[in-house]
Design a protein around this ligand. Structure first.
Ligand SMILES: *Cc1c(COP(=O)(O)O)cnc(C)c1O
Length: 415
């Protein structure tokens, strides 16, 4: 059930009209629904309730402090991929003891900080990284809980930029190497083998690759158990997709749990999942305004005040996002390419969209709660947009639009 619905042809975020939000906060702005995030979190929690489970929200999907605080209050742990994300979790009131730290190239200072903060576990991606964590743990006198990120070599059938579990990808260690490294962890006084993990890619709409991954992962868990290495948890990563188009259908956490059930059954293991997109993707809109309509011999362009610097996914992955008029006017629709003001031909938000709009119309770009604002930049010296969290009939400005001053506040002209 979407929290973004039309009433009398006007788009609402929960109980607040999107045109009021645009008037109050300006455009472009991201609008998130608190209820949508709560619902998707609870759907996950209830689907996985048969097992001792920790939902570690993948912070990189949307790292606004208000979103992290909301998820912390719901009981979530967090999957972070940098020292900066760890600081955000702590600032938002998240429990460092429920943090797993992923990422292929953790720096020494990040590892030190994470050990001091008392994170639950490091997801280790190479022998070299394991050695670095071990030596820092030794030097600090704080043993590190670790999990090896296994690369199961399965094809997730998603966009190549977001597939991570193939042999040629930079992520994880091969199964045979993992086996060796666990023997080494078992010998170490400064490392503790807490678990095992994998994450094969993002925006998966098919469950078969998960199945293939679990088969390899749990087989290794059993082999390790057989030689006296009893892991506490299995972390199956994130990656569950959402339906961006009406033609797509995404498996929900219930269906995901069904695939997992035979593997979890009869094994004394805790489960960790690291969903990002599935928790927040559908919970966000990007509101923007039509500056001009431009008609050429080939095409009609809707030139809007949002651009690739605000929402990169269409330019980066050729991603498709629904685009609708915030106020649905009566009249004939035309096909438009919806594009931004940035000086790149890849600066498009949607192509060949049927819309009835005029200069000044407001547009909503849908399903941008994940990998939206977090990928925003200042390219073309554009200020990053405001972010608003809607809760019922209340709207909170959870991040102000950047100001001109902020754009160059840290720059220095020498001399
Ligand atoms: C990105 C990422 C996730 C989250 O992926 P989603 O597709 O957003 O669920 C989880 N774990 C790791 C290690 C990641 O890199």
């Amino acid at each position: 059930m979407s929290q973004f619905t039309y009433r009398d042809n006007l788009l609402y975020a929960e109980e607040v009209s999107c045109s009021k939000l645009a008037d109050a906060y300006g455009t472009p702005c991201y609008v998130y629904s608190k209820a949508a995030i709560q619902h998707s979190y609870q759907a996950y929690a209830s689907a996985l309730q048969h097992w001792p489970t920790r939902i570690c929200y993948a912070v990189k999907a949307n790292s606004n402090l208000a979103i992290l605080s909301l998820l912390a209050q719901l009981g979530a742990g967090f999957d972070v991929v940098s020292g900066g994300e760890l600081e955000r979790v702590i600032r938002a009131g998240g429990d460092a003891g429920k943090v797993v730290f992923s990422g292929v190239a953790k720096r020494a200072d990040e590892i030190r900080r994470a050990l001091l903060a008392g994170i639950y576990c490091f997801n280790i991606e190479s022998r070299e990284e394991l050695e670095r964590v071990e030596s820092i743990a030794k030097e600090m006198g704080i043993p590190a809980r670790v999990s090896l990120r296994v690369n199961p070599d399965v094809n997730p059938s998603t966009h190549p930029y977001i597939s991570t579990g193939l042999k040629e990808n930079k992520f994880g260690v091969e199964i045979d190497q993992a086996w060796e490294l666990y023997q080494r962890i078992a010998q170490s006084r400064d490392l503790h083998a807490a678990g095992i993990d994998c994450h094969i890619g993002s925006q998966l709409l098919d469950l078969a690759p998960f199945q293939a991954c679990f088969e390899k992962l749990f087989e290794l868990v059993d082999r390790l158990h057989g030689c006296g290495i009893a892991l506490q948890h299995v972390d199956v990563g994130g990656g569950l997709g959402i339906a961006y188009t009406h033609r797509e259908s995404a498996p929900g956490p219930q269906e995901f749990a069904k695939v997992l059930a035979p593997f979890m059954q009869d094994r004394q293991l805790e489960l960790i999942v690291e969903p990002g997109r599935a928790l927040v993707g559908a919970a966000g809109l990007l509101l923007c305004r039509v500056e001009y309509l431009k008609h050429t011999a080939q095409k009609n362009f809707a030139l809007v005040d949002a651009a690739m610097n605000d929402l990169l996914r269409p330019s980066l992955y050729s991603a498709w996002h629904g685009i609708s008029a915030v106020y649905k006017e009566a009249g004939d629709e035309m096909l438009y390419d919806v594009v931004g003001p940035v000086c790149e031909s890849s600066d498009w938000l949607g192509s060949q969209r049927s819309l009835c709009i005029k200069q000044g119309s407001l547009l909503a770009i849908h399903d941008v709660g994940a990998y939206g604002f977090v990928m925003a930049s200042n390219y073309n010296s554009r200020m990053r947009p405001a972010e608003i969290l809607v809760d019922g009939d209340q709207a909170w400005l959870v991040r102000k639009r950047e100001s001109i001053e902020q754009l160059f506040a840290d720059e220095i002209i020498p001399g």
